[in-house]
Design a protein around this ligand. Structure first.
Ligand SMILES: C[S@@+](CC[C@H](N)C(=O)[O-])C[C@H]1O[C@@H](n2cnc3c(N)ncnc32)[C@H](O)[C@@H]1O
Length: 244
């Protein structure tokens, strides 16, 4: 049966999940839109709780009148398909290559870091206090599907992070290139590292920097990089050193 009423309960749920973090956290569910994202979920074996498609599109799912589906879509151009998923969080942050964001409030940055984490084979993205919701529409879109394949963990304390904890701070500590030797020296059999990245304005809290094993910087000619850019460069450098 095709959904043709804007008052349909399933459409109401989609609107709520798309609009409000509190609603996503309460339900433990979120929405992803578009064929590419849904294909990424399928490839990761993350099955939709409910899947919807524009009536007549030939795509799988419950058919919805196209203008109604466009109405609940967060994409300016509308969508041919979207689905509701249950959130997944790992019990704890895991190595060998973990990136931890602390107070990163821009959902686009969260999604971009997930995308980079997938690209460089990170084992986990850990989110400390004050981070945007990785299951919000902007973060899911920016992740380009990586939200379905990179394990996500919540952390409250830097001591919950695996391996050598490296606080990334512009202009402070040692150059990042020296960090792999320290990681290897700490555990030559299973070298494990966590890269800590701070908030867009405030950077990492002093207590988190103090709890880290190493402070490291990416040498640059300006004051600082965007948080997601810094995470991406650090992931590139660390994964490169780990393979060398
Ligand atoms: C936009 S920066 C924060 C700038 C903040 N005003 C400060 O000075 O810390 C966001 C985060 O990106 C990381 N970051 C930015 N540039 C970096 C660099 N050159 N080296 C290491 N980390 C960097 C740090 O983790 C920082 O907390």
């Amino acid at each position: 049966v095709t959904i043709t009423s804007p008052h349909n309960e399933k459409l109401k749920e989609i609107r709520k999940l798309t609009a409000r973090r509190r609603e996503r956290e309460r339900a433990g569910r979120f929405v992803a839109e578009g064929e590419d994202l849904l294909a990424a979920a399928d490839a990761a074996g993350w099955h939709a709780a409910e899947r919807f498609c524009a009536a007549g599109s030939g795509l799988p799912g419950i058919e919805v009148a196209p203008e109604l589906l466009a109405g609940v879509s967060g994409l300016g151009s509308g969508t041919r398909t979207l689905a509701v998923y249950s959130e997944r969080w790992t019990e704890s942050a895991i190595g060998p290559l973990c990136v931890c964001l602390w107070g990163v409030g821009d959902p686009g940055n969260i999604g971009t870091v997930l995308r980079s984490a997938e690209a460089f084979g990170a084992s986990c993205v850990a989110l400390g206090p004050g981070c945007a919701d990785p299951f919000g529409p902007k973060a899911v879109r920016a992740s380009m599907g990586a939200v379905f394949s990179v394990p996500l963990a919540r952390v409250r304390d830097a001591s919950d992070l695996p391996g050598l904890r490296v606080a990334l701070a512009a202009g402070q500590g040692v150059p990042l290139t020296g960090v792999w030797e320290k990681t290897h020296a700490q555990d030559p059999i299973h070298p494990t590292v966590t890269l800590l990245v701070g908030a867009e304005r405030e950077g990492l809290p002093a207590a988190v920097v103090a709890a880290a094993d190493v402070i490291a910087h990416i040498p640059i000619r300006t004051h600082s990089l965007n948080a997601a850019m810094a995470a991406t460069i650090a992931l590139y450098e660390t994964s490169r050193m780990a393979r060398a």
